[in-house]
Structure formats: structure tokens, C-alpha cells
Design a protein. Sequence first.
Length: 215
Amino acid sequence: KPAGMLSQQDDTKEPSMVEYVIGYLLEKGELTEEDLRTFRPSVCNRLDKNTSGIIAAGKSLAGLQELSELFHDRTVHKEYLCIVKGVLREKKHIKGYLYKDTKQNKVAIYKQKQKEAQPIETVYEPLEDNGEVTLLKVGLITGRTHQIRVHLKYIGHPLVGDPEYGKRHSSIPCSGQMLHAYRLSFIHPKSKEKMVFTCPIDEEFDRVLHIARGK
């Protein structure tokens, strides 16, 4: 999914990843207009509008149900790449409690359990830094709304370019948050094979990374 595209349609009715998946399957001949009367393919996981990367979808009812169950049971391993402000040099497993304000579509992190707050766990591993920003590999143990963005801000290292949870990074201009879903892996429910899928970073993430490496 490119940054700037919704995973699923909202009240704006602008085209989302779901419509692009359906269009792709129609073009490939793997779906017909007649099929759409009884079933519409859909995505199994969602990425924030301004997050790029790999997203899973079911093109049949059985496929959608089985994939969705894997995500629900948290047996899908999701890994992300992100660029954050500041320097991190140790791999860590961080925990907290996330509260979602549904009216404002924003979330907050607390150290201790709060009413209606859900437990979260995030693992990160620094890959490289330039003394100013750090490229991280991030794994989600739980998958809550805006989890990576707000959890990293909570520890003092917000994402470069994140307009909601940290001021934009002045020395590296960019069009949005530097967050990319690059890897999904899971055990196939039928064959029991380990399935691994990756997605290369998009042009904007690559551009910002090159700028950071040149500093």
C-alpha cells in the first residue's frame, strides 16, 4: 500500500486499498462482476493512511476468513521499518497501556493500567544511525491503533515526519511519517509451510534514508 491511501474506505468515500485489490482481481480475471454480488474481497489488516508497505487481503471468502483468523490470533509476525528522531543503539522490548480517543482518532500511552486502556508490547532493534536520527526495525507483539507511532514518541523518539505525534523533522523535509510495513510471516493453515512476504521501501522513505545517510 502506498503512503496516502486508506486501507478501507471511510466517510470520505475516497478509493482505498480494497477498491484497488478488487480492480486488480477483475483485471486479472480472477474475479467477475457476478462474483461481487455475493462476496467482495477485502483486506485482513489495516495500515494508517500515511504508512506504506505490505498489507494482506483475502480474494475468496475462505481465504479472507482464514487470514483474518491468523491476524486475530496474533500468529502473524509483522515487522516494520521506521526512521525516528534521536539515537537508539540497543534492542529493547517495551510495554505500556494504550488508550484510544475514538472521537479524535488519537491515542495516548500510560505506564500503569488505566481504565479502558489496553496493554501493548513493542520490540525494536536499531539498524543504523547518523547521530541525529535512527533507522529501526520494529516488531509488534500487540497491534493497536497507532501503536508504533505513539509508543516510540512515548519513549522520546517520535517518527520523523509524523504530523500528529511529533513535530516534523526540520533538517529532513518529508511528506509524512517514515513508517513502512516491510515483512509479514505466518504458518500456512493448510500446508503448514512458513510463508514470508516482504515489500521494498517506497520512494519517499528511500529518499529520506539517503539524506540521513549523507549527513
